[in-house]
Write a protein that binds this ligand. Sequence first.
Ligand code: PAF
Length: 284
Amino acid sequence: MRELTAAADLRAFVREARGAGRRLALVPTMGFLHEGHLALVDAARRAADAVVMSVFVNPLQFGPGEDLDRYPRDLARDRALARGRGVDALFVPAAAEMYRPGADTRVVPGAAAERWEGAARPGHFTGVLTVVTKLLHLAEPDVVCFGQKDIQQAILVRRMLRDLDWPVELVLVPTVREPDGLALSSRNVYLDAAARARAGSLSRGLRAAEAAFRAGARSAAALEAAVRRELAAAPGVEADYIAVAEPDAMQPVAEARDGTIVAVAARIGRTRLIDNVILREGAG
Ligand code: PAF
């Protein structure tokens, strides 16, 4: 595995890989890797001949008062995990490499960013789309892999690719979960024992919504109530939003159908967790 810190070196790697006729996949991450990230690498390897993973804690996507300074980092561990899973190039730029002094251009999403995470974290998705755009330009991949856990992010990137006629395929990779259903997230390290015990309520709520959908419930209100009941049963879990939304632009729907997303954000103490499911007709 090559480790690269300079944009020019990544470009050289890409040129070489392309010259050898290799199909490229990009896995963008903020590091502190877990099995969820490594599932992205597995998907990338299935879709391409060479995998570039970026590790960059992107300051532009953190709002004031968010956890930029305490965001967990462990490059030595990330390096070992990435190498072990077959990453070909690990791109670890410094902030000054990604944002040169005076850099002032932003990639701003449209209406699909207005609700849910976009409303809770103003400017977040502008930061995400700006850095993803830069990474896509540097790595010029055929395929980019995103996790379903950050579903609104994946939808916004997919829309950006479509809106800008950008010939990169987005592969959405299912969320990897702990045995009690908690979605893997680098931020789970913030949970103390009491908070961790309650954190399973998000996925329990989503499973309850799935079960209600399978049993015939279609109204968004009923599905939302199924999630809310599970959150309410866990003391100290405060719902931020429960979304029942269509998968193209994350707009709310009154009636769910195949492909509808149920997404939840909740606070447990100082930690904010998100999770979602995609409802499927006839899924067992
Ligand atoms: O999902 C993440 O880890 C980040 O938002 C991403 C896509 C790497 C951009 O910084």
